[in-house]
Every structure is written in C-alpha cells, then in structure tokens.
Design a protein around this ligand. Structure first.
Ligand code: HEC
Length: 154
C-alpha cells in the first residue's frame, strides 16, 4: 500500500513538473483556460466594484492583490492551454474559434497586448491612485475584449 502511494505521488509530481504541459489532454486544457479566465474575471470584478462603480469601499490593498492575481495569471504561460485540437470545431465545451491558429500574428498581437496591459495594471495598482487604476482597468478590459471579439465564439 505504502509503495503504491509513493509511486502515485512520484507520478503526480512528474506530471506537473516543468514542460509536461504539452501532455495535457484537450479536455484539461479547456477546463484550465476557462478556469483561468473565470479567475481573472472575478478579480476584475473586485477592481471594478471598488475603483469604478464604488459600490464597495476602495481598498488599495485588495485592489493590489487582485491586480497581482491577474498579472500572475497573464504571465503564467496561458499559451500552453491552447492547442489546434482544442478549438470549437474539434472539441466539445469550448468557444475557442479555429481562427486563433489560422491568424497566428493577430493572436500574438492580442495576447501580447493583454499581458502588457495586465502588467501595467499591476504597476498602477501599486500606486494606489484610484483614477489611474480606473483608467488602466479600462485599458485591460479593452484588451480582453479584443481577443474575445476575434477568437471567442458568442
Ligand atoms: C488571448 C485571448 C484572450 C484574452 C486576452 C482574454 N480572453 Fe477571455 N476567453 C478567451 C477564449 C478563447 C475564451 C473561451 C475559452 C473556451 O471556451 O475554451 C475565453 C473565455 C472567457 C470567459 C468565460 C470562461 C468560461 O468559463 O467559459 C471569461 C469570463 C473571460 N474569458 C474573461 C476574460 C477576461 C476578464 C480577460 C482579461 C482580463 C480575458 N478573458 C482575456 C480568450 C481570451
């Protein structure tokens, strides 16, 4: 029993080590990317409530935590969760359009803009300047939408 447990642990660790993301199943890629977007969306919602709509009291620390979470997710290598077999014409439960792989330059451009705006939001959030945070929040939101408009099905 004990031996099996150790072996299972070893295999588990190997599966999550380094570059083995390429071995992820299409189903796992889809689930993980949807979860990543949901997580960023949740954090965007916190910033929106405090810095834009004002229905939650402004709290610079919480905004910074949310911006850090978004930037960390954006910089985590999300590209590994996209494979040509994981588009909506080939896989279930996804809205990723095949255009993502047919227009690699556009995909790189919107992806790059998104990471840049996420990093900038992290910087601005650290300043605690509410107006600047609201402005950068809008810029990041625009970069999310640019990808959705091009590569996410309605
Ligand atoms: C590089 C392109 C790209 C960027 C940038 C991007 N998204 Fe998305 N988003 C997608 C795609 C593609 C899907 C559909 C994923 C799927 O169904 O497999 C998606 C799905 C989602 C979903 C639904 C997840 C679910 O459960 O199905 C939410 C919410 C979302 N995105 C929010 C955001 C937010 C917020 C940002 C910016 C902070 C963002 N996205 C940036 C491409 C992008």
């Amino acid at each position: 029993m004990k031996k099996t447990g150790t072996l299972t642990t070893a295999i588990f660790c190997m599966a999550f080590a380094g570059t083995s993301v390429a071995q992820m199943s299409v189903e796992d890629q889809i689930e993980a990317r949807q979860a990543a977007y949901q997580f960023m969306s949740w954090n965007m919602g916190k910033i929106k409530a405090q810095a834009i709509e004002g229905d939650v009291e402004f709290n610079a620390k919480q905004i910074m935590a949310a911006a850090n979470a978004i930037a960390a997710t954006a910089n985590s290598g999300l590209g590994a969760l996209f494979s040509p077999d994981s588009t909506l014409d080939k896989a279930d439960n996804t809205r990723l359009k095949p255009e993502f792989f047919e227009q690699p330059e556009k995909a790189r451009e919107v992806g790059g803009n998104f990471v840049r705006e996420a990093n900038k939001l992290q910087e601005v959030a650290a300043s605690g300047d509410k107006a600047a945070i609201a402005k950068q929040f809008a810029a990041l939101g625009k970069s999310c939408k640019a990808c959705h408009d091009n590569f996410r099905d309605d």
